[in-house]
Design a protein around this ligand. Structure first.
Ligand SMILES: NC(=O)c1ccc[n+]([C@@H]2O[C@H](COP(=O)([O-])OP(=O)(O)OC[C@H]3O[C@@H](n4cnc5c(N)ncnc54)[C@H](OP(=O)(O)O)[C@@H]3O)[C@@H](O)[C@H]2O)c1
Length: 281
């Protein structure tokens, strides 16, 4: 942690993974506007440090702490948690934004990159939430913003199968956890953007697909503005853009919604495995 401005004791702190570029950087600006200090996490130290310096210059007196970490490493979430605990830093808003998604036939994907993607897109957010959540529950307040994708509403993505499945996971996990946390003061919001004009399009080699060619790419700042507002208001899901909202709706037309409700009902039980009295006959 190399920044010079220290975190103000009374100011809430937002931790944003992938905060050095794209949607994460746009979210960083939004949370600064909502009077938060920031912790930004990404791999490339130079880009990250530049982002933190720029933000501190744009918002004088505010602390933006860069932490360079590869969140696809198995021990990275624990390491991040440990470092923040050692500094006595409390996280009020956790934004799980870092994500990658190589487009192409699954059978031709690089096995190591594939495993790293699964850890970054699913394991790291899950573990970060697991580690930061108890303190949020104890305080009776907290915001979790998970960046999923519009693709999460569709039940399969040919040639993008593992990425789409990872975003399904983020949406389903967000919704389930949100239910568990009802009344706790901690909210979970899933951000489901359609195509956004960021480096992701090139890096994931998805720019040539019809969905990325035919749908207009959203401005990351506009996406972040809505996402930040939705997270602070404790909303469940945020989809930007009229066409994207329609696609999200079509992707979940019943019976899927009904099936999810029935599944939630069937999943009721306690940790010992005993069923509750209201079990299905
Ligand atoms: N752009 C779209 O069309 C779109 C649409 C729907 C959903 N999304 C989702 O939105 C999120 C953000 O994407 P974006 O479009 O903003 O992408 P982006 O511009 O490529 O930014 C990705 C950010 O994540 C960081 N990152 C990547 N790998 C990392 C790792 N292993 N450990 C830590 N940080 C890592 C990057 O920094 P380093 O490379 O320096 O680590 C960067 O800060 C992703 O979850 C993506 O799936 C994007």
């Amino acid at each position: 942690m190399s920044n010079t401005t220290s975190h103000h004791a009374d100011r809430p702190i937002a931790l944003i993974t992938g905060g050095s570029r794209g949607i994460g950087l746009a979210l960083a600006r939004q949370f600064l506007q909502h009077d938060h200090d920031l912790i930004l996490v990404a791999r490339d130290e130079t880009t990250l440090a530049r982002a933190a310096e720029d933000l501190e210059r744009e918002y004088p007196g505010r602390a933006v702490t860069p932490i360079s970490l590869d969140l696809s490493a198995a021990d990275a979430p624990a390491e991040l948690f440990r470092r923040l605990q050692a500094k006595g830093i409390q996280i009020d808003v956790l934004v799980n934004n870092a994500g990658v998604g190589d487009y192409g036939p699954f059978a031709e994907s690089d096995p190591d990159r594939l495993s790293a993607m699964m850890r970054l897109n699913m394991q790291a957010p899950t573990e970060l939430i697991r580690r930061f959540l108890p303190a949020m529950i104890a305080r009776g307040s907290g915001r979790i913003l998970n960046v999923a994708s519009l693709t999460a509403f569709f039940s399969g993505g040919t040639n993008w199968s593992s990425y789409v499945a990872s975003k399904h996971y983020m949406l389903a996990f967000s919704r389930g956890l949100r239910g568990e946390l009802a009344g706790s003061g901690v909210s979970v919001t899933a951000l489901c953007p359609g195509p956004v004009a960021t480096d992701f399009v090139q890096r994931s080699a998805v720019g040539g697909t019809r969905v990325y060619r035919w749908l207009s790419k959203l401005d990351p700042n506009a996406v972040a503005r809505r996402a930040c507002r939705a997270a602070m208001a404790g909303r469940a899901v945020v989809v930007s853009g009229g066409v994207n909202k329609l696609l999200a709706f079509l992707g979940e037309l019943p019976p899927r919604g009904i099936a999810r409700t029935v599944f939630a009902f069937l999943l009721r039980g306690n940790a010992s495995g005993e069923t509750l009295p209201e079990r299905v006959a």
